[in-house]
Design a protein around this ligand. Structure first.
Ligand SMILES: Cc1ncc(COP(=O)(O)O)c(C=O)c1O
Length: 349
């Protein structure tokens, strides 16, 4: 990122964005388009809505938490007729309920789904959901911000129409880039989509990509960083990266249970990129986060929305391995008793 700046209208940038896009397509497992936006993940989500829908379109927002609500809120802000299918926090979406909605509302233009709900540590059964949506003409618009390259996502095989991710998550680059894939079906919908857009216009982004450029000035240092991150992913191998996240996720869950803590997500949908843990009764989850950060140098995350103070989360996406998890569990083992929680003695549980 500290390399001297290059001209974003010159040949060096054209090669950079072309190489990066080729690597991104391999990670999304698509032969379709992947567009990189100078934006956080939320901007990518906004692009995934405004390019493919019109005000008044009936849209199903499937939500299991904070980020499922966010993409539904974006669609609503642009005038879509959003029906929300909400599932209890800590559980995953029920594909059967999605099928029922789609058969009752054959006019549904799109289904919005968060693959990995970071606020509760839940991974939705995206492949099963996709199979159901693909029985209809509805677009499947996916927030894969905290799943891609940490959890398997197969854009072409599963028939995912628009998929958004963000550089700071399992890609292990700094924040500031959103990457969005677009299927042929989605491009057809783009032809008649009336929602207003300018900075987020993906058709314009595709035209500029064809010239090896972006319409507006891109965050070039972030492009350098993401390109490097992609070469590290390539070196490890996508399958191996996903397998590592599965091992690390299992270790985080086992470590928490070993400490006598209760996991927030149901085991069958527990995420391999983030583990949500219930704060023990009488202990504020944020106090745990603060103590572990201030005295043990480990950054945990608190709960969001209604779960602020009630849960805390271990993020384990990107360049995280088993030793990072062990260090985190060790820190909790000494921190929790200081807050009044009795950690069971190893081997005595
Ligand atoms: C699942 C999910 N969706 C969307 C977002 C929003 O991304 P950003 O904060 O990069 O805008 C996040 C961020 O944590 C997320 O975890």
């Amino acid at each position: 990122m500290s390399k001297p700046m290059i001209n974003h209208r010159g040949p060096e940038f054209a090669k950079l964005i072309a190489d990066m896009t080729t690597s991104l397509k391999a990670c999304f497992r698509t032969s379709g388009d992947v567009l990189t936006l100078t934006s956080s993940g939320t901007g990518g989500l906004e692009a995934s809505i405004v390019n493919f829908l019109s005000p008044g379109d009936h849209v199903l927002g499937v939500t299991v938490g904070f980020f499922g609500d966010r993409i539904a809120d974006i669609a609503q802000a642009y005038g879509a007729d959003v029906a929300r299918l909400e599932f209890a926090a800590g559980t995953g979406a029920d594909p059967g309920a999605i099928r029922r909605h789609l058969s009752e509302r054959p006019d549904t233009r799109a289904v919005l789904v968060t693959h990995n709900e970071s606020s509760t540590g839940v991974t939705n059964p995206l492949r099963d959901i996709a199979a159901i949506v693909r029985e209809t003409d509805a677009l499947l618009i996916v927030d894969a911000v905290s799943s891609l390259v940490g959890i398997d996502v197969r854009v072409d095989d599963w028939g995912l129409d628009v998929v958004t991710t963000a550089s700071q998550k399992a890609w292990a680059a700094p924040p500031g880039l959103a990457m969005v894939s677009v299927s042929e079906r989605a491009w057809r919908a783009n032809g008649s989509a009336q929602m207003p857009r300018y900075y987020w216009d993906l058709k314009v982004a595709k035209q500029w990509l064809g010239r090896g450029q972006t319409q507006a000035t891109p965050a070039i240092p972030l492009f350098f960083a993401l390109n490097e991150a992609l070469s590290l992913i390539k070196r490890e191998g996508l399958e191996d990266a996903i397998a590592r996240h599965a091992r690390v996720g299992a270790r985080a869950r086992a470590g928490a249970v070993d400490l006598g803590l209760e996991l927030f997500a149901r085991p069958d949908v527990a995420s391999n990129t983030v583990t949500a843990i219930k704060a023990p009764p009488g202990i504020d989850g944020n106090a745990i986060v603060n103590l572990v950060r201030d005295e043990y140098g480990i950054e945990l995350a608190g709960g969001q929305g209604p779960f602020a103070g009630k849960i805390f989360r271990i993020g384990h996406l990107g360049w995280v391995d088993e030793s990072d998890i062990d260090e985190t569990i060790d820190a909790l083992r000494v921190a929790l008793p200081r807050l009044g929680f009795k950690v069971p003695v190893v081997g005595k549980r």
